[in-house]
Design a protein around this ligand. Sequence first.
Ligand SMILES: Cc1cc2nc3c(=O)[nH]c(=O)nc-3n(C[C@H](O)[C@H](O)[C@H](O)COP(=O)(O)OP(=O)(O)OC[C@H]3O[C@@H](n4cnc5c(N)ncnc54)[C@H](O)[C@@H]3O)c2cc1C
Length: 337
Amino acid sequence: MSELIYEQFDLTPCNSFGIKLYAAGFASVHDLNELHAALAYASRHGLPVQILGSGSNVLFTADYPGLVVQMNFQGIEHLNEQGLVRAGAGQNWHEFVIYCLKNKLYGLENLALIPGTVGAAPIQNIGAYGVELEQFVVLVEVFDTHSGAVTQMSRSECEFSYRDSVFKTSNTPTLLVLSVTLQLHTVPAPNCSYKALQEALGADSVSATPQQIFDTVCQIRRSKLPDPALLGNAGSFFKNPIVSRSKYANLLKEHPAIPCYETEDSQFVKIPAAWLLEQLGWKGRRRGQAGVHAQHALVLVNLGQARGDEIMLLAQEMSSSVLSHFGIALETEVRII
Ligand SMILES: Cc1cc2nc3c(=O)[nH]c(=O)nc-3n(C[C@H](O)[C@H](O)[C@H](O)COP(=O)(O)OP(=O)(O)OC[C@H]3O[C@@H](n4cnc5c(N)ncnc54)[C@H](O)[C@@H]3O)c2cc1C
C-alpha cells in the first residue's frame, strides 16, 4: 500500500489557489485496481474520501482529515472515423483539446485552456466562449461507489445544465468519472457566436478555422485571466445567477443598467455576477492575503500565504453584499471542501 497511499500529504500543488494544507492521506489512482485499493484503505481506516482531478475548481478551507483520491486514468482513443473519441478521466483537458484539433476532431476549440482534467469536465459541465461540454457528450463511464459497478451514463442521465450536472449533488460524489466519450465534428463547425470571440476575430469571424478559434481563445484567456501558477485562483468563484424575468423587471426599476443574457428557458435570464460585484466596488479589494483580482470581480486570488478559510470569508462577505443590495443570492462555482 505504501506506493499508493501517502500520509500527511502536502496539497499545495493539488489546488490552483496554491493554499498550503495537508491531507491525512493521498492516492493518485491510474486504474480500477488502484481505485478499489484506495477506497478499501479509506474504508478500513474510517477515512472520508475526497475525489480530485487537478484541483482547479476547489477551495480547501482546512487540512483534509481523510483520503484525497486523485483520478489519474490516462488514455485517448479515437473510436471511429465519424468523430467518436474517448478520454480517460485523468487526461489533461487542454492537452486533450490539442489532440482533437491535431486529429481533425472539431468543436472543443472554444474550450481551450480551461484548466483541469477530462474527468472533472462533466461535473460542472465546463463552458466558455459560447460552448458547453454537454453538446458533445455521448457517454460518461462511471464507477458507482454504492453498487461497486462500472456503468455508462448517457448524456440525458447526466442531467447537464449551466455549470451543473447529476454528478454535482454532493461534495463526496458516489459516481466517479472514469472516462468521457464525445462525439466531435469531422468537418470544421466553427462557433463564433460569443461576442468577445467575434470581436477578437474581427473580419475573420465569418470564415474562422478551428485553429484560429483555438489560438484566439488562448490569446484572450491569457490576456484576461490570471495564471494560477503565478497568482493562485480557481477562475470564476461564483456562478452567474439565473433569475425569473419578472424579478429581472423589478430589478431594472431600481438598477436600470443591470445587464442580462437570455437562457434556454425564456422565463429566466442570467445576470453577470461580475457586474453585480463591480457595482459594489469589489474589484481589487483584499482581506489579509485573500483578494479580488483587480480586473475581475469574479476571480478571488491568493495574494501569497492566504488560508482557505480567509478566502471563504471574503467570498461570504461578497455574496452577502450582493444579497443585501440586489436581493440576489450568489452560488459558488468553486467546490468548497
Ligand atoms: C484560471 C481558471 C480559469 C477557469 N476557467 C473556466 C472556464 O472558462 N469554464 C469552466 O467551466 N471552468 C473554468 N475553470 C474551472 C475549472 O477549470 C473546471 O471546473 C475544471 O473542470 C476543473 O477540473 P479539475 O480536474 O481541476 O477538477 P477539480 O478541481 O479537481 O475537481 C472539481 C470537482 O469535480 C470533482 N471531480 C473531479 N474529478 C472527478 C472525477 N473523475 N469523478 C468524479 N468527480 C470528480 C471533485 O470532487 C470536485 O468536486 C477555471 C479555473 C481556473 C483556475
